[in-house]
Structure formats: structure tokens, C-alpha cells
Design a protein around this ligand. Structure first.
Ligand code: ADP
Ligand code: MG
Length: 366
């Protein structure tokens, strides 16, 4: 349905897309992931010619968009784009946002367009908001209206550019649920997202973009569980876990705490969970005697909500939670009270303490 061949895009000297050759089949859901600035939005915007490519070709249903004789406007109508920032018409009601395109561009009568719009509002769960203005809706509701507006144009292809990244965490799931439903109904979709668990569940294929190309692609299982290339692996691992390396007793406590907060933020863990982790790190480090090589890592599973806190220290074999004879063991008690389970092993010269943290929950970030 969509095909690009050696698609390139430059801004002055900056080469953003080098050589993107890709194919998206009818009914397929492709998610695009990758570091910020890797050209994901540019790729999407080139597909519907919101940006003019510097080179290469784009085919939609076999028709080249670069061909002078192609009716580009008509083909573009067939591709809806959902932006991070909704882009609804603020001066029109929800219903009018959905009917203006079909009336003006598809030549529908007003009543026909309204009937269609109401069906779509039912589909995205917002029929009761038909007479409201965008300002009267939450972010999640606005984004669902934006999706319905694309559908009202009877598009066959939907392009999403980080549709949930401007939303309050509590509203992400309502938007993802609508996108999931469209996927089930066989809509062809290209979705740029940083919601990795969503990408893993919804995609037929995942494109990992880096260095101006589709650096690696495959099924979600291939890309997430078994990435073949180093950069993909690094990207996937970075989002999954967090590691802070300490090399001296005078480590930068504030920098470490800030990184723990950033990790919690990324995974939308509550402020309380974040405080737990910070105090856990402080207590575990307080028990150490050798600071020459310590790694603190966090690993959160979105699937089951479990969070592992791992402390690896290179020194003599010693389980700080059991082997230390201390008069004051408040720190140890605190650690134990905050963990569901504690594992210790000594491997390759490293003490590895794995704590499964209790009471971690998601909500607003910290
Ligand atoms: P992503 O969506 O992956 O974060 P973008 O496609 O937005 O990346 O941007 C890729 C690169 O292109 C960035 O370095 C960005 O600064 C640059 N860029 C994007 N749009 C423009 C523009 N209109 N003019 C100049 N540079 C741009
Ligand atoms: Mg972007």
C-alpha cells in the first residue's frame, strides 16, 4: 500500500533521511521507534508530502507521488495524520470538526456527514461530546476526536506521530485503546511512538530508525527480544532499564537521584514509588564498604508491573544484608520491609543483590 524507495530528506546540509526503502502492506500496523532526532517525524511527514522529499520515490497503491501527472491532493486525502498536538479547529464544535472535511472535500451533504460523524464519535466513545468545543475536552478526548476526524475522511491509511506524548499519563490508555480497535478492524497504520509495550503488542512490524535509515526492522518479537544490531540493542535496553555506575565513595548522589527520577518519570511510576527507590538506593549504598566499582540498576516490567533493583559490587564475597554484623541495622530492616523478595549471588567476582521492590505503582510521574 505504501512503498518508499531510497527516500531522502535534507534540511540544508543536514541529512535527516538517507536512504529509506520500506514497504507497508494493506492492513498492516507498523510502529516506528528510535532516538529523538532520528528522523521518525520527517519520515512520516514525507509519506503524505507534508515535507517534500529531497530524493527517492514514494508509491501509494502503486502510484508514484513524485510523478507530475499524479493527483497528489486526492491521494493525500486517503492518508490521515494524527499529531501529538491534536490540531483540532478550536472555533468549531466536535461535530463540525468531523463534518467540515467530508462536506467540503468529499462533497457529502451536511446531514449525511453528520450521521457519519455521529457513528464515528460512538466508535471513539465521545458521542455525548458532539456539541462541545475542543477546549471543553481533556487531552485524551481531543486526541480521540482527532482520530475520528481522520476516519471521517474515509482514509485508508492512518499516520500517527507520537499520538500520546502530549497527554497526561492517565489519558494515554484511552487513546491507545482506540488505536488498538482500529488495528483489529484492519486499518493500515504507521505509528511513531515511544510507548514500547504498546508498540510490542500492536505491531505487525517494527521499524527502528537511526542514522537516517530504517536501521533494523522485524516483528516486535525480533526487534524487542532479539535485536540484531548493536544500536538497536542499546536503544531497547536503555528504555528497559537504568544503570548508574559508581566509582568512588564521593559519588554524585544528586545526579544519581535525578536519574532515578527520570527513570520513574519515563515509566510513569508514582512519586511515592520514586521516593521508595531513592531511599532504597541510599540504604543499599550505605551498607557498602568498597565503592570502586558499583552498578545500581533498575528494571521495570510494564507487563507485570514488577520492579527490580539490582546492586552489583566488585569486591570480596559479601552479602551486605546478611553477613555484616552491625549494631544499628535500621537500614537493613528498611530494605527488607520494602522488598517482596531478595536474592543474593556471587558471580565472576561480583556481589549481585537483586531486590524485587514492593508497592510500585503507576500514575502521575514524580
Ligand atoms: P524525530 O521525530 O525522530 O525526533 P525529526 O524527524 O523531528 O526526528 O527530526 C530529525 C532531524 O531533522 C532533527 O535533527 C531535526 O532538528 C531536523 N529537522 C526536522 N525538521 C526540520 C526543519 N523543518 N528544518 C530544519 N531541520 C529540521
Ligand atoms: Mg518526532
Amino acid at each position: 500500500m505504501i512503498k518508499t524507495k531510497n527516500l531522502s530528506k535534507k534540511y540544508g546540509d543536514l541529512v535527516v533521511l538517507k536512504d529509506v526503502t520500506a514497504e507497508i502492506r494493506k492492513g498492516e500496523v507498523v510502529t516506528v521507534i528510535g532516538p529523538s532526532g532520528s528522523g521518525k517525524s520527517t519520515f512520516l511527514r514525507c509519506l503524505n508530502l507534508l515535507e517534500t522529499p529531497s530524493g527517492g520515490t514514494i508509491y501509494i497503491n502503486g502510484v508514484s507521488l513524485m510523478d507530475k501527472s499524479t493527483n497528489v491532493a486526492k491521494i493525500r486525502q486517503n492518508m490521515g495524520m494524527v499529531f501529538q498536538s491534536f490540531n483540532l479547529y478550536a472555533h468549531l464544535t466536535v461535530l463540525d470538526n468531523l463534518t467540515i472535511g467530508p462536506v467540503k472535500l468529499l462533497g457529502k451533504s451536511r446531514s449525511e456527514a453528520q450521521a457519519g460523524a455521529m457513528d464515528l464519535l460512538h466508535l471513539v466513545g465521545l458521542a455525548e461530546k458532539a456539541r462541545n468545543f475542543p477546549d471543553e475536552l481533556s487531552g485524551g478526548q481531543k486526541q480521540r476526536v482527532a482520530i475520528a476526524r481522520c476516519l471521517a475522511m474515509q482514509t485508508e491509511i492512518l499516520l500517527f506521530d507520537e499520538p500520546t506524548s502530549a497527554l497526561d499519563p492517565t489519558m494515554v490508555s484511552e487513546v491507545l485503546a482506540v488505536i488498538r480497535r482500529l488495528a483489529r478492524e484492519g486499518m493500515t497504520m504507521v505509528i511513531v511512538t515511544h510507548e514500547m509495550e504498546f508498540a510490542r503488542n500492536i505491531s505487525d512490524r517494527v521499524f527502528y530508525m537511526d542514522e537516517g535509515i530504517i536501521y533494523e526492522e522485524g516483528t516486535p518479537q525480533q526487534v524487542f527480544e532479539n535485536p540484531q544490531k548493536e544500536k538497536t540493542r542499546a536503544f531497547i535496553n536503555r528504555i528497559r532499564s537504568f544503570t548508574y555506575h559508581i566509582t568512588s565513595r564521593n559519588y554524585d548522589l544528586y545526579a544519581m537521584n535525578a536519574e532515578i527520577e527520570a527513570f520513574c518519570d519515563k515509566h510513569m511510576l508514582t512519586a511515592q514509588s520514586c521516593n521508595y527507590l531513592i531511599s532504597l538506593a541510599e540504604e543499599v549504598l550505605g551498607l557498602q564498604s568498597d565503592f570502586s566499582d558499583i552498578n545500581i540498576s533498575l528494571s521495570y516490567s510494564e507487563k507485570d508491573g514488577s520492579l527490580l533493583f539490582i546492586c552489583e559490587s566488585t569486591c570480596e564475597e559479601c552479602n551486605v544484608l546478611e553477613d555484616c554484623k552491625r549494631e544499628d541495622d535500621i537500614g537493613i530492616k528498611l530494605i527488607k520491609s520494602r522488598c517482596e523478595s531478595i536474592d543474593y549471588k556471587y558471580e565472576h567476582g561480583k556481589n549481585i543483590l537483586t531486590l524485587r521492590v514492593k508497592g510500585v505503582s503507576r500514575g502521575r510521574g514524580c
